[in-house]
Design a protein around this ligand. Sequence first.
Ligand code: SIN
Length: 190
Amino acid sequence: MSHNTIDLNKQRQPLDHLESVWLFGYGSLIYKADFPYLKRKPACIYGWQRRFWQGSHDHRGTPEAPGRVLTLIEAPGARCAGMAYQVTPDTFEHLDHREKNGYLRVFTQLHWLDEPGETEGLVYLASADNEAYLGPDSDEAIAAHIAQSEGPSGPNSEYLLKLAQALRDMNEHDEHVFAIERELLKLINR
Ligand code: SIN
């Protein structure tokens, strides 16, 4: 699968017939909402975990030296907390462009964190068959990779540090994210 998913997302999942759509963000979409939205609510999804296994050619790295950003990996029993946004379908013009580096939209069930209840929503997933996928590595190696990467959206380290802070602000613990953050801070403070 090509790593530019703009056309693929449009073709496989037209949204124009809907009045509004919930989008679940688990990475930069938690702390960088650069799009208009109707509502914003903390939420979680089950059966998925965050992993710094996706390459970034366009935001936190370059095609020659990709950065490392998040995707979701299926994990039965896992819980992943993030931020949900209710948006109008035209917002996906911007979102599909922003998430074009290997991410496909899929519908999943979102559970609210601030009140009982759930709804269906979209999440951007970068699966192992996209060209920008990097896959697993040790926390130390991922942190070292992040420490040296930079792209048009800024340093890769900023992506990790802002995400970790956003999770703390939500009182959410994600051991994968926090372990890599600890390794990154060791490198920065060395
Ligand atoms: C997301 O935040 O939900 C997708 C991955 C990213 O853009 O960091």
